[in-house]
Design a protein around this ligand. Structure first.
Ligand code: CA
Ligand code: CA
Ligand code: CA
Ligand code: CA
Length: 476
């Protein structure tokens, strides 16, 4: 426990660029409220490590009063303790209206980093859909934050544009069992545009891991697994097109709904525009799973390049809407029914994952899905213009993303194979050498890490050492 100084605030005036900016040092909720009352564009609020109890009496709905500018956002930054723990905003036992951070539309341009939000719940006092943050304003970023055990993980409204969630961990959100109200979700977003990148999203307790009523979604380099209901949904809207690129999406084996990706939840406005899917790995875990499902009110056009559909179900497109399906160079299982507009498909039971059973969805050196993608995948962007869009990021455990490496020929799926990259961060360097060496179990023995078997012959021997050495690239 930190010893709190009597003065909740310590003001430090620093020169930032050409503007005078203030760094506010916060060690209490009162200090945070005071800082938010006084900030101007470009200021930084540093929240020191502690567990901060959020109470109804502290009136979190009215903490945010001022905005930054696009060029000089206001930064709220948690300062981790020596163990790397983020400062915590905990609403345990308190009724919260919509969000611990209630970001009014008149308070735009905030970047929030390194904070944990938990136990934000309406508790039947307010509607049972409180979130870590209720985002009404433009240009709001949450980066490296952890949202868990709230009614919703994140909630944004259609008044918000340019929402960014990056490197966040979002899990175990959903209202308590038996509480009244609609389904709650890890993400329930309706921004004009939202980007979700490099996030670890899992265990929505009753609803979706990601549910959108946004006009434009870019969902990039995330890991989504263990959904309560379904994994990913465009529930309505999407008039400005969306993109899923470089994600690993794994169906929860105990989910209450068989859908993995859903288009339209039956609300009258329907789902429109185009959804382009590029270089995703999408995994079913039960025979009745439906990889992509659409409602009759969906007019969504689907465009698919370089995706891998894998798992225990063959029901890949269960479509009742009126959109088209086009694209090329996707991996399907034998027996999957693929629309005629999707060409150059490959069919096989095993795309060549390092391990289908543990599982590990990176590709082996000999994978059938390696080097067989198209190098010119196209998407229909927000402004209805077709453009080439390569996968730039790939997920790195956990809640991180690295630039996707390139060997000149795109692989299918969410990960580009780099032989010898044992820690999967996209290079072959001394960290990999350490793991490579410790994985060796002697001649004719499977190595402790399957990626150390560079030639995929069942061992890690001098041939593998030669391949590893040849691929040694050094760090980025
Ligand atoms: Ca390749
Ligand atoms: Ca590496
Ligand atoms: Ca070998
Ligand atoms: Ca490295």
């Amino acid at each position: 426990m930190l010893v709190r100084s009597l003065g909740a605030l310590l003001l430090t005036v620093v020169v930032s660029g050409s503007a005078w900016a203030t760094t506010w040092n916060v060690t209490s909720i009162t200090g945070l409220k005071n800082a938010l009352n006084g900030v101007i564009a470009g200021d930084i609020i540093e929240i020191q490590y502690d567990v901060y109890q959020v109470t109804t009496a502290s009136d979190p709905k009215h903490w945010f009063k001022r905005g930054g500018t696009v060029d000089n956002p206001i930064i709220i930054r948690g300062i981790a303790n020596a163990q790397g723990d983020r400062p915590v905003l905990d609403a345990n036992g308190q009724a919260i209206e919509r969000g611990i951070f209630y970001l009014w539309s008149y308070a735009p341009n905030y970047v929030v980093e390194n904070l944990e939000f938990r136990n934000s719940r309406g508790r039947n006092v307010y509607s049972n859909n409180a979130a870590a943050a209720y985002i009404l304003a433009d240009n709001i970023t949450f980066r490296n934050c952890y949202s868990h055990d709230n009614d919703n993980g994140w909630f944004s409204s259609s008044s918000a544009d340019n929402t960014l969630l990056e490197y966040c961990h979002t899990a175990y959100n959903g209202k308590p069992a038996g509480y009244p109200g609609g389904l709650t979700h890890n993400h329930y977003v309706a921004s004009q545009s939202i980007t979700v990148r490099g996030c670890y999203i899992h265990h929505s307790t009753e609803g979706q891991n990601f549910k959108s009523r946004a006009s434009h979604v870019v969902f990039e380099g995330n890991l989504v697994e263990n959904d309560g209901n379904y994994c990913w949904e465009l529930a309505s809207n999407n008039v400005d097109n969306s993109l899923m690129i470089g994600n690993v999406i794994v169906k929860g084996p105990s989910a209450s709904n068989s859908r993995i990706i859903g288009l339209c939840d039956g609300t009258a406005s329907g789902v429109h525009g185009t959804l382009t899917m590029i270089n995703n790995t999408i995994v079913a875990t039960a025979g009745n799973n439906r990889y992509v499902w659409s409602h009759s009110l969906a007019t969504t056009d689907l465009v698919l390049y370089n995706n891998v559909f894998y798992g225990s179900s063959l029901n890949v497109f269960d479509l009742y809407g009126s959109g088209t399906q086009t694209g090329s160079h996707n991996w399907f299982k034998p027996g999957m029914s693929v629309p005629a507009g999707i060409t150059d498909s490959l069919f096989g039971d095993d795309p060549g994952f390092v391990n289908r059973f543990t599982p590990e969805y990176h590709l082996r050196a000999t994978a059938g899905a390696r080097d067989v993608g198209t190098n010119t995948p196209q998407w229909l962007n927000r402004y209805d213009v077709w453009e080439t869009r390569l996968p730039q990021w790939q997920y790195l455990k956990h809640a991180w993303a690295t630039p996707r490496p390139s060997d000149g020929q795109l692989d299918m799926g969410a990960y580009e194979c780099v032989v010898g990259d044992i820690d999967y961060d996209g290079d072959v360097d001394l960290d990999d050498l350490t793991e490579f060496t410790s994985a060796m179990n002697g001649p004719n023995q499977m190595p402790g890490h399957l990626a150390a078997d560079c030639d995929v012959d069942g061992d890690c021997d001098l041939v593998d050492v030669a391949i590893f050495t040849a691929n040694f690239s050094g760090p980025y």
